[in-house]
Design a protein around this ligand. Structure first.
Ligand code: ATP
Ligand code: MG
Ligand code: MG
Ligand code: MG
Length: 477
């Protein structure tokens, strides 16, 4: 007999016939009940087992974490919190989990502890819920763009260019590290490399996406990107997934419309499809909030926050207006910024971004028209010659979630910017050709997928929303 997924059993009303279920023991109690989970849902199915009549050698193998198979009758349950249960008449232990060694026990583990158990933490309710939500969000990303006729394309992972010019790249080489070929001047001779030049792991698929938008009109990438940034924050990973749409004939306003519509769509989708998991995460957060001092408690629950984003327009504010607000505000003693902003032209730190979103506007904010000097070379220069058509979307609890822009489509202006910013034109000869031949207005953005998952799940550390986080000094798993 083939086993049935637990989610299907829980939703079944076809009682009083024999079923088989396989999964992992979550808890067992009163010498009678086993809560079994197979990952198909946050809910466990209750298995009613006559422990007293189990052979002793079988009984001692039943522990939290053990993989078991049960066969029995599906019946309506009288117990609170569940509709069905299995009256078990046969139980088999498939894989034991010695409680003296198995780290995941039925109690609340700290997130720090679980980070050291990246291969096992997905067996907890919280991580099961987060990873199912992440999966549904991925699907929603594709669904949104596919339904709108965007072409999904795969940007290369190994590239020769540094799209952001931030110098945060991981080198890729096939050369033997213990015997690097050297040129006469002592530098490494990459011409002997498999790729014949210096190559890196991509920091963004944007430049390639632009080339593709110049033929396919609307494209998007959704793939891994890599940044060797030595920043140990709760918002940065060395390996993260980025969603990057790029659209021909779209200007900055169109770009903002697209980003806002897209974010609202995926949040709405996940609210509909992940009800149980989000309900669990909501309750998890509410119980954490209770332990905080009143002043630090959030004024909205997770579900309220998600619905708030759906129901309200993102506030669109120019960088210049934002600086005026930040300059004019006199934060009280406790809330003083570490970095005070006095000057137009300074880059915003995440504390400023969060101040604008959480304290001032109290809603998601789209900041636009940033000073050219603090943004990448490919953004379109405004008529003032000082600002570029950049936009960042800022979210409560997160800060920057999206970075985007209208691109500089004019060949001469682009060359001018590359020169001014010291960007290698020879290396980007192909990118310049996209402006030489059939250039057109276009825009796009990059949304860090994990920052979106952070917001949707209410988690606070980006290490907890990706299966195996890559951060400085951490690639054990
Ligand atoms: P930040 O200011 O937070 O360092 P950024 O401006 O360097 O971000 P962009 O180059 O604009 O980032 O990348 C686009 C998006 O990718 C960001 O808005 C963010 O959502 C996400 N992102 C950037 N760097 C990281 C990272 N190290 N880990 C996770 N997500 C990231
Ligand atoms: Mg950065
Ligand atoms: Mg930034
Ligand atoms: Mg950015």
């Amino acid at each position: 007999m083939k086993h049935t997924k637990i989610i299907d059993l829980i939703n079944s009303t076809n009682f009083l016939h024999e079923v088989k279920a396989k999964g992992w023991v979550r808890t067992f109690r009163n010498n009678q009940f086993i809560a079994l989970n197979d990952g198909s849902t946050i809910k466990n199915i209750q298995c009613v087992v006559d422990f007293e009549n189990l052979p002793a050698d079988l009984l001692k193998k039943i522990h939290t974490g053990a993989a078991i198979s049960v066969t029995g009758t599906l019946v309506e349950s009288k117990g609170a919190g569940q509709n069905v249960e299995i009256q078990v008449n046969n139980l088999e232990v498939l894989g034991e989990a010695n409680p003296d060694e198995y780290p995941i026990q039925p109690k609340k583990h700290s997130l720090e502890f679980l980070r050291e158990q990246a291969h096992l933490r997905v067996r907890t309710n919280a991580f099961g819920a987060i990873m199912r939500v992440r999966s549904v969000l991925s699907y929603a990303v594709h669904k949104y763009f596919q339904d709108k006729g965007f072409v999904y394309f795969n940007a290369p992972i190994i590239t020769g260019s540094d799209a952001e010019g931030a110098g945060e790249m991981f080198r890729v080489t096939s050369l033997p590290l213990d015997n690097l070929p050297k040129k006469e001047d002592g530098s490494i001779d990459f011409s002997e490399d498999f790729f014949g030049k210096t190559t890196n792991l991509t920091v963004s698929g944007q430049l390639e996406a632009e080339a593709y938008a110049m033929a396919l009109g609307q494209v998007y990438t959704f793939g891994p990107t890599f940044r060797a940034e030595n920043s140990n924050t709760s918002r940065h990973l060395a390996e993260f997934w980025m969603i990057e749409p790029e659209v021909a004939f779209n200007n900055l306003d169109d770009n903002m419309d697209l980003a806002e519509d897209f974010i609202k769509y995926v949040i709405k989708y996940v609210l509909e499809k992940c009800e149980d998991d989000l309900q669990f995460l909501e309750e998890r957060l509410l119980s954490e909030e209770k332990n905080k001092p009143q002043a630090e408690r959030s004024d909205m629950s997770l579900l309220q926050k998600l619905n708030f984003v759906l129901e309200n327009n993102f506030k669109r504010v120019s960088y210049t207006e934002a600086i005026d607000i930040l300059k004019g505000c006199k934060p009280n003693k406790n809330k003083k910024f570490k970095y005070l902003i006095n000057e137009w032209g300074a880059d915003l730190q995440s504390e400023h971004e969060r101040f604008l979103v959480e304290k001032h506007f109290k809603c998601p904010v789209i900041l636009f028209d940033y000073p050219a000097d603090i943004k990448a070379f490919y953004m379109r220069m405004n008529e003032d010659g000082k600002t570029v058509r950049a936009m960042d979307i800022l979210f409560p609890g997160i800060g920057e979630i999206v970075g985007g822009s209208q691109r500089e489509e004019r060949y001469d202006k682009l060359v001018e910017r590359m020169e001014a910013m010291g960007v290698d034109q020879e290396e980007l000869w192909w990118y310049l050709e996209t402006r030489k031949f059939g250039t057109a207005t276009h825009s796009g953005f990059g949304l860090g997928f994990e920052r979106l998952v952070l917001f949707v799940t209410g988690m606070t550390n980006i290490r907890d929303v990706i299966p195996f986080p890559r951060t400085p000094q951490n690639a054990e798993f």
